[in-house]
Design a protein around this ligand. Sequence first.
Ligand code: SF4
Length: 460
Amino acid sequence: MIGAVAARLRELELRTRPEHPDLTAALARRWAELPAHVKTENQMLGRRTAGCEGTHGVFPRCDLACTPCYHSREANRVRIDGEHTRREVDRQMALLREQRGPGQNAQLIGGEVTLLSPGDHAAALQAMLAHGRKPMSMSHGDFDYAYLKALALDPATGKPRFTHLSFAGHFDSMMFGRRGLRRARHETELNPFRARFCAMFARLEREHGISHYLAHNMTVTPRNLDQVAGVVRDCRDMGFRMLSFQPAAHVGNESRWKEDYRAFSTDAVWGEIEAGAGARLHHRALQIGDERCNRTAYGGYAGDRYFPLLDEDDPRDQRFLADFVAACGGMDFAAPKPILAARLARAGVRHPPVLAHAAGWAHRLVGRMGGVRAARRTPPRALTFVMHAFMDARDVRPAWAALERGEVSGDPAIRATQERLQACSYAMAHPDSGELVPACAQHSVLDPLENLRLAAELRR
Ligand code: SF4
């Protein structure tokens, strides 16, 4: 009896810590590994997060055709096999839990996730949750409410098997084969499909109480660059919580490369995103990994007015961020209210200056929303803007090979690629070798052989 009470108290003590000790250790390791150029005041990798994660080789097939497509041409030779998916997701997540600690965002990604049966898809998500990941299913969004419902509800009881689902829907005019719109000539033609995607999750929440987080992904090429602002304007009130843009790279299936994807800069893409947002976006308030790979702007809208969560020009916001990280570290805010309250209280005790600076930050934030009255009139809604710029395979291959040999390249372009790989914020796990690999290296170097092996293993 006394032993059971002591164990319960120990568990409670652990759960109410601002940061799980395994995450503390993982963050320290990640920080130590980072190259010097990204160890800046605003760097969140190794302080707040160990990085994003994604699965690979667990369901490589897709039933749409994108130009470009980051998956190797061998991907569609691999049969969808639910047993294989369940087993490999479990193994990859176990390694990520071991090396990256709990509470990290992980994408269930590969080919098209909804080619899995609802039961296999649900089992993969449950395995991710069991290993302390926060899963997000990456889809082209061309599925029906019946599939979503079958995924969300336990077939034996009809009751929800998840309290929350996260999905990213990929919609852009570089995709071919969507039902009802084989080929979009303009991004606006996809708006009914984007709205339908959001409406399915709103319905699921209404009918079954399962909350959701939706991201919108769009590949940007010279052909649709000038439509990015319009997509942002059209989508920002649809129900997405994140609008994420990927400038196209020469990676994956070469037969799907249709243009010179380096004909514009990432600054040009970001300019378009800002034009659509109707405001300057403060992506330098905080950084995740290397700026050449990632830009993230946290904020939202109060009515039509955009507000940044942190003002990158205001030193008081920078100070608050430093205090917040010192107090909370990698704290997981998705916790039951009493647990979260205890974590926050302990964070305040750990670093008391955060309390004074939090009040000032909250005051400034409400000011950016237009004041208390404006915030009351139109309750603010969060919207995160992201740009993730993958690298070209022709650079990644030699850069990764040299890193594997422990060499620093003398070629400036390859050296820059190495720096970005070392600061990578998006890892994929290889349980057999115990290695975590940047997604760029996975797609540029490892995917083709992996898919050939899987095609042989999972014969029809
Ligand atoms: S190295 Fe590649 S996968 Fe990693 S963050 Fe940079 S662009 Fe993304």
